[in-house]
Design a protein around this ligand. Sequence first.
Ligand code: ZN
Length: 193
Amino acid sequence: MDQAGADYIHIDVMDGHFVPNLTFGPPVIKCIRSWSRKVFDVHLMINPAQPSLKDYADAGADIITVHAEADPHLDRSLQVIRSLGRKAGVSLNPHTPETMVEYVLDKCDLILVMSVNPGFGGQSFIESQLEKIRRLRAMIGDRPIDLEVDGGVSPETAGRVIAAGANVLVAGSAVFKGSDYAANIAALRNDTP
Ligand code: ZN
C-alpha cells in the first residue's frame, strides 16, 4: 500500500460485540507497524474502547478513532487519546446524527462517517450519508478537522463524497480488487473534482 500510493493505512479493529465481526487488536498492529511508513489510522469498532486506548497508541497508531455510540464518555476518551500524543477521531454509524459530535468538536482531529453499517467489507454506499457529510463540513467550519468517509467508497462514489465535503476516503474492496493496487488508488483520486 505504501508503494501503491496510499496516504494512510486504515485499520479496522472489530470486537465481535460492538460489531458482528472480529478482526484483531494491538499485537497485530504492532507487527505490521514496521512494514509501512504511512499514517496508521486505527478505527476502533470496539466497546469499551477507553481501557485499551494506550495499547493502540503503543502499538503504533497515529490516529485513534472511537465510535460515539460505543462510548458514554466520549469527551474523556478524546482527551485521553490526545494526552497519548495521538490524533483523536470520532466515528458515527449511518443512523447516528451529526449532532452527536457538536460539543466535542474542539477535541476532535478527525470525524469518520460510516457510509455502510460497520462489520463487513464489500457493502454498498448508503446515499443518505452525503447529507450528513455536508452538514458536518458546515459544522467543522475552519477547524483543522479531517472529514473521513468509510464504506462503499469506489471510483463511482468518490466524487460525490468529496463534493459533499469529505477530504479523507477509506476504501477496501475498491483498492484490493484485482492486483494493480496503484491503478485502483489512482482511479479513486481521478474521480475527485
Ligand atoms: Zn474503518
